[in-house]
Design a protein. Structure first.
Lengths: 177, 182
């Protein structure tokens, strides 16, 4: 196998490694963000902000409780602060708003029921994309090999074939003589 | 069937399933009323509250257990609340002797404006002030007017968003009254 045939294969393998490394880095980043949670070291104001940012303002269109200037959103922020001071956890506070307003009060849909599809579908699509990418990269890796094999078995030019046939005929004549 | 044909048929099948699923989701979703937000409180015990009436006297919802209660959230600045006022007044007048109580919960308003409104609109049922919106939040309020119907056991049986429809409210109340009192 020649150097020109090996080079594309190395390049393709390098691409595959780089893609896998990028995906691994993205996965680790997502896991770190997801595991960080509500953070026990945050100040009360930060905790209020974080909880309020995860709740829809009930009297607004597409605004979180944290971003809304509506008086009801302001009351919600005050209620969140009071509940935190009373020792309630962010999850308990969210659960109370969900009990009154339903899941629609949450800025992110819950990870259960039909809403779970929002979380599951991207994973399936990413997995399918990864499978397709792997398949394509493998095909690219294999192609230079096939091309080099094809080069080895390339048909002879007509003039060369005639020359070879003549040489063989001459040899046979010499042997017969 | 050759492998290539089989692969194409499989691909077509997958595409057909995905398109059909999307069509079903859209056809169901597009027919839904985006303003109709179901309340998770229906069928549950109504959140209790103790609030001051406009004359300063305290009022506790749970003291009305055993009666049918219509809790109406309203504000003097809310024009739709003015629209439904005659229905609420008539409901109170018609059913108060049958063990039905209408309670007005004033939302995001000033006491003076609320008192003026109650006087001019001839409201004679109890009206309380939810000055910190705590009760509104407990009832999952999304605006005014909003009305909740509570049965004799204290469970919420209906939630009406927007101005009260007289027929709906009357039917709801009469369905909970004994035959002789309807």
């Amino acid at each position: 196998m020649t150097a020109t045939a090996i080079l594309p294969r190395v390049r393709a393998q390098l691409s595959l490694i780089l893609i896998l490394l990028a995906l691994l880095a993205a996965g680790i980043t997502l896991a770190v963000v997801a595991m960080r949670g509500d953070g026990a070291n945050q100040s009360e104001a930060q905790q209020v902000q974080q909880i309020a940012a995860g709740l829809h303002c009930p009297v607004c269109k597409d605004l979180s409780v944290a971003d809304s200037p509506a008086p009801l959103a302001q009351q919600m922020r005050e209620q969140i602060a009071q509940k935190l001071r009373a020792g309630e956890t962010p999850d308990q506070i969210r659960a109370q708003f969900v009990a009154a307003y339903g899941d629609s009060v949450l800025m992110s849909p819950p990870k259960r029921g039909l809403s779970a599809a929002v979380y599951v579908l991207p994973t399936i699509v990413i997995a399918a994309g990864l499978a397709v990418a792997t398949m394509l990269v493998r095909r690219w890796v294999r192609r230079p090999e096939l091309e080099s094999d094809e080069d080895d078995a390339a048909p002879m030019a007509a003039s060369d074939r005639r020359a070879v046939l003549k040489a063989v005929e001459r040899l046979r004549e010499e042997e017969a003589a | 069937m050759s492998p290539v044909t089989r692969r194409r048929a499989l691909l077509l099948g997958v595409v057909a399933v995905v398109v059909s699923a999307a069509a079903v989701v859209l056809s169901v979703g597009l027919r839904r009323d985006p303003s109709a937000v179901p309340s998770p409180l229906i069928g549950r015990t109504a959140p209790d509250f103790t609030l001051n009436q406009l004359d300063g006297k305290p009022f506790t919802l749970s003291t009305l257990r055993g009666q049918i209660v219509v809790v109406n959230f309203w504000a003097s600045w809310c024009t739709e609340c003015h629209t439904e006022q005659s229905t609420l007044n008539q409901t109170w007048q018609r059913f108060q002797d049958s063990g039905v109580v209408v309670v007005g919960v004033n939302f995001e308003d000033t006491t003076d404006d609320a008192i003026d409104y109650v006087r001019t609109a001839s409201v004679s049922y109890p009206v309380v002030e939810d000055s910190d919106s705590r009760t509104a939040l407990a009832y999952g309020l999304r605006g005014v007017p909003e009305t909740f119907v509570i049965d004799r056991t204290g469970r919420i049986v209906d939630r009406i968003i927007g101005p009260v429809d007289a027929t709906r409210l009357t039917n709801q109340i009469t369905s909970m009254l004994p035959a002789g009192e309807q």
